[in-house]
Write a protein that binds this ligand. Structure first.
Ligand SMILES: *[C@@H]1O[C@H](CO)[C@@H](O)[C@H](O)[C@H]1NC(C)=O
Ligand SMILES: *[C@@H]1O[C@H](CO)[C@@H](O)[C@H](O)[C@H]1NC(C)=O
Ligand SMILES: *[C@@H]1O[C@H](CO)[C@@H](O)[C@H](O)[C@H]1NC(C)=O
Length: 407
C-alpha cells in the first residue's frame, strides 16, 4: 500500500545554465518561480470561469520542497515544471534567501510560512529534515492521521493562525486517513495599505461591463493619483501599478481594451514580463476607477499540475525516496486563497496619514483608467535592490464580476 502525501497550499491576502551561474541564488530562484507562475496561472485560468485569486508562489514553494525529496523520473518532471535551478546548492540557498526576503518586507504585513506534518512514526530522512529546516524555514509536527478530525483541526488551526484568521478549514477530515503519510502546507499572508488611500467619499456604484450584454453597478473607488501607467499594444491592454505603503509591494492591474479581452490576455501572459513591465510605462497622473472586491478561491491543483507535466508524483510510480524509505505519492494539492481590496488597501485599517512624494512628471495629460470590465491583477514584490529589479508575484488573479464575493 502506498502512503499519501498531501500538499496543501493556502494563503490569504487581506487588503488588500549559463546565465544561471551569473545570477545570485535569490535571482535564480525568483526567475524559476516567475517562469513557473506564468505557466501555472495560464493553466489554472483556462479552467476557472469565475473570479480567481491564486498564489503560484505558494504552490511553487511547497512543490519545490517536495521536489527536493523526489528521485528519478518523479524528480525530473517536478524540476522541469518548477524550473528549478540545475545547481542544487544555488537553488537551496535561493529558497532560503527568498523566504527570508519575503518575511522581511517593511510597511506591509507579508508572511510566508511552511510546515510539514508527517504521520506519527514516519521516519523522515535527516537530509530532508535539514533541507526543509534550512532552506524552507519549515518546522515539523507529527500527527496521527487515523484521528482525522483532530489532525485536520490542528492543521487548520495552524493555517488560520498564519493567515490572520483569513483562511479556515483548508483541510477536511475526509482528506485524511490512516494512509496519509504527510501533509505539507504553505501559507502566504499579505496585508497592505495603499501608499495613497482611496477616499471612501468617492466610492460609488458605477457600471461594470461583465460582458457585451451585461452591465452591473458595483461599488467602485476613485482617486486621482500619480502612478506608473502604460500601454501594452501586443496584449491589447493598458496597465497601472498601484503601490502599497513602503513601495516594496505593488498591485498591477492589466485592463484589456475590449470588454471581452480577458481570456485572450490570459493566454498571452508570457508576454507580460513583470521584471521589465515598469519600463513600458511611466509616471502619469491617472484618474483611477477601481471596483472593490473580495474573493476566495479554493482550487484542487491535481489536474493543473498533471496538465503541466507533473503526473508521476500522483501515481504509484512516484519516487519520494529522498523523504522516507516507504512508498509515497502525492494524493492532493489544495490551494485556498483570499483577497480583499478596498479603500485602505487592507481590511483592518490603521488610520495613518500618508504623504505622497510627487514623481517626475513626463506627461501633463491625465489618463483616465476605468477598471470597468473583466481584468487581470497581480501583487508583486521587488526582491532585490537592482535598478531593473527582480520581482516575484505573490498573488495573481482575475475579476470577472466584482459583485460576486466568493466563488
Ligand atoms: C527511487 O529512486 C532511488 C534513487 O534513484 C532508487 O534507489 C530506488 O530504487 C527508487 N525506488 C523505486 C521504488 O523505484
Ligand atoms: C498565532 O499564534 C501566536 C503564538 O501563539 C499568537 O501570538 C498570535 O496572536 C496568533 N495569531 C492569530 C491571528 O491568531
Ligand atoms: C446604476 O447607478 C446609477 C446611479 O449611480 C443609476 O442611475 C443607474 O440606473 C444604475 N444602473 C443599474 C443597472 O442599476
Amino acid at each position: 500500500m502506498r502512503s499519501f502525501l498531501l500538499l496543501s497550499v493556502l494563503l490569504a491576502c487581506s487588503m488588500a545554465e549559463e546565465i544561471e551561474t551569473k545570477l545570485s541564488p535569490l535571482q535564480a530562484v525568483s526567475k524559476s518561480v516567475e517562469s513557473f507562475s506564468t505557466n501555472f496561472y495560464k493553466t489554472v485560468s483556462k479552467n476557472e470561469k469565475g473570479n480567481l485569486i491564486t498564489s503560484p508562489l505558494s504552490a511553487g514553494v511547497v512543490l519545490s520542497m517536495a521536489a527536493y525529496g523526489a528521485r528519478e523520473n518523479t524528480e525530473k518532471q517536478m524540476r522541469d515544471v518548477l524550473k528549478l535551478p540545475a545547481d542544487d546548492t544555488l537553488g537551496r540557498s535561493g529558497f532560503q534567501n527568498l523566504i527570508d526576503n519575503l518575511n522581511s518586507v517593511k510597511d506591509v504585513e507579508l508572511r510566508l510560512a511552511n510546515k510539514i506534518f508527517p504521520k506519527k512514526g514516519l521516519e523522515i530522512k535527516p537530509e530532508f529534515k535539514a533541507l526543509t529546516a534550512d532552506s524552507f524555514r519549515s518546522a515539523e509536527e507529527q500527527l496521527d492521521f487515523a484521528q482525522s478530525a483532530e489532525s485536520a483541526s490542528i492543521i487548520n488551526a495552524w493555517c488560520q493562525n498564519k493567515t490572520n484568521n483569513k483562511i479556515k478549514d483548508l483541510i477536511k477530515p475526509d482528506d485524511l486517513n490512516s494512509d496519509t503519510a504527510m501533509v505539507l502546507v504553505n501559507a502566504v499572508y499579505f496585508k497592505g495599505q495603499w501608499k495613497k488611500k482611496f477616499d471612501a467619499k468617492n466610492t460609488e456604484e458605477r457600471p461594470f461591463h461583465i460582458d457585451h450584454k451585461t452591465v452591473k453597478n458595483v461599488s467602485t473607488m476613485y482617486q486621482s493619483v500619480n502612478i506608473i501607467y502604460g500601454v501594452l499594444p501586443d496584449l491589447k491592454a493598458k496597465f497601472v501599478e498601484i503601490p502599497y505603503k513602503g513601495e516594496e509591494v505593488s498591485m498591477i492591474i492589466v485592463l484589456p481594451d475590449e470588454v471581452n479581452g480577458l481570456a485572450e490576455l490570459e493566454q498571452k501572459l508570457e508576454n507580460l514580463d513583470i521584471n521589465t513591465l515598469r519600463q513600458k510605462g511611466y509616471p502619469h497622473d491617472v484618474e483611477l476607477y477601481l471596483p472593490k472586491f473580495k474573493i476566495e478561491s479554493t482550487i484542487e491543483l491535481n489536474n493543473v499540475l498533471t496538465e503541466m507535466g507533473m503526473e508521476e508524483m500522483f501515481s504509484d510510480k512516484a519516487n519520494f525516496s529522498g523523504i522516507a524509505d516507504v512508498p509515497l505519492k502525492v494524493s492532493k494539492v489544495l490551494q485556498k486563497a483570499f483577497i480583499e481590496v478596498n479603500e485602505e488597501g487592507a481590511e483592518a485599517a490603521a488610520a495613518t496619514e500618508i504623504i505622497i512624494a510627487d514623481r517626475i512628471q513626463i506627461e501633463t495629460e491625465i489618463a483616465q483608467v476605468k477598471v470597468d470590465r473583466p481584468f487581470y491583477f497581480c501583487i508583486r514584490r521587488k526582491v532585490d535592490g537592482e535598478a531593473d529589479g527582480t520581482f516575484v508575484e505573490l498573488f495573481v488573479g482575475s475579476i470577472k464580476d466584482p459583485s460576486i464575493q466568493f466563488n
